[in-house]
Design a protein around this ligand. Structure first.
Ligand code: ADP
Ligand code: MG
Length: 304
């Protein structure tokens, strides 16, 4: 669906993106992560054709977004980081205005506005003026606008910044549903628990470079800092390569804990017959990312 190939982009003398490549397939969610200034918003502007890469190329369904016709462009839904709503108009008027830009007729426009509103649950806000909404409500309307033309590719730039827990959940559920319906989603955020909930693929940008690209499960498999604790009824058996503490056995620095446990069960079936519980503790996503880009953990390189 989306192909970003060797893209670099500079603003005057500042290089915002360096040789970034990745792909997004239909039904896939890619979380674009990185500290402030990493290049996330620049990348989104390039993908929707608002900016042109200095080097490299972007194609969506094989087409360069800067050369798309109006109708091709409506297949891309984009909610930029800055809110773009008409404050004195109502929620319904805002949605219908953006739906109208596709050239659809009056009846279709009303239907498009309703459908998009349903996804981000803003139907109840239809008669309200934008200026009377809370920050979280505005964010939801802003995200819904990206959906009015029923895009096959959706880009949401920090859709959950400054919203409450309930809104965050709704936005995450909506994104999951859209991907399940086959929409390709690029989503930037600083809130790592969302990325885990969505089981998204992670693209981590750092100083304009892509430093990580992979599914979360793979990132955990490639890290060797999991700890496994076996708890027994009564004293734990003495087993080589494990540390015994009373009724528990601990194994540190495990790379692929699922596979490790499977092999451990097979080779120690007899010694494990009094086993009561198995606990696997994995490093947090934040720990994983900091291991991959160490200065992310320092101020200015913040992730939350
Ligand atoms: P992010 O969205 O990850 O916070 P951005 O893509 O907004 O990062 O910015 C990447 C870098 O490019 C930052 O250093 C930022 O200051 C710079 N930048 C962004 N937009 C402009 C612009 N219009 N003119 C000059 N520099 C810019
Ligand atoms: Mg940004």
């Amino acid at each position: 669906m989306l192909q970003v190939d060797g893209v670099s982009k500079s603003y005057a003398s500042h290089q915002a993106l360096r040789d970034v490549s990745f792909e997004v397939a239909p039904g896939e969610i890619v979380a674009i992560l990185g500290p402030n200034g990493a290049g996330k918003s620049t990348l989104m502007s390039l993908i929707v054709g608002l900016l042109k890469p200095d080097i490299g190329s972007v194609t969506i369904g094989g087409v360069d977004p800067t050369r798309m016709s109006q109708s091709q462009r409506s297949g891309i839904g984009f909610a930029p980081q800055e809110l773009g709503l008409y404050p004195s108009a109502t929620v319904e008027e805002n949605l219908q205005y953006f739906a109208g830009l596709t050239g659809a007729g009056k009846k279709a426009v009303r239907r498009m506005a309703r459908d998009a509103a349903e996804v981000f649950r803003v139907e109840d806000l239809f008669p309200r003026r934008i200026s009377t909404l809370s920050g979280g409500e505005k964010r939801r309307v802003h995200s819904a606008i990206a959906l009015v033309a029923r895009p096959r590719l959706l880009l949401l730039d920090e859709p959950t910044v400054g919203v409450d827990v309930g809104t965050r959940r709704e936005v995450i559920a909506a994104v999951r549903q859209l991907a399940d319906d086959g929409v390709a989603v690029c989503y930037s955020t600083h809130y790592l628990p969302e990325v885990e909930t969505l089981a998204a693929r992670v693209v981590l940008l750092h100083h304009g470079r892509k430093v990580v690209d992979g599914p979360l499960a793979e990132m955990w498999r490639n890290d060797d800092r999991s700890r496994i604790t076996f708890t027994f009824d009564g004293e734990a058996p003495l087993l080589q390569g494990t540390e015994r503490k009373g009724d528990t056995l601990q194994i540190e620095h495990v790379g692929n804990p699922g596979e490790f446990v499977a092999v451990f069960f097979r080779s120690h079936a007899h010694e494990l017959r009094n086993l009561k519980a198995v606990e696997i503790e994995r490093p947090s996503l934040e720990d994983l990312l900091i291991a991959l880009a160490p200065d992310l953990g320092t101020p200015g390189g913040e992730i939350k």
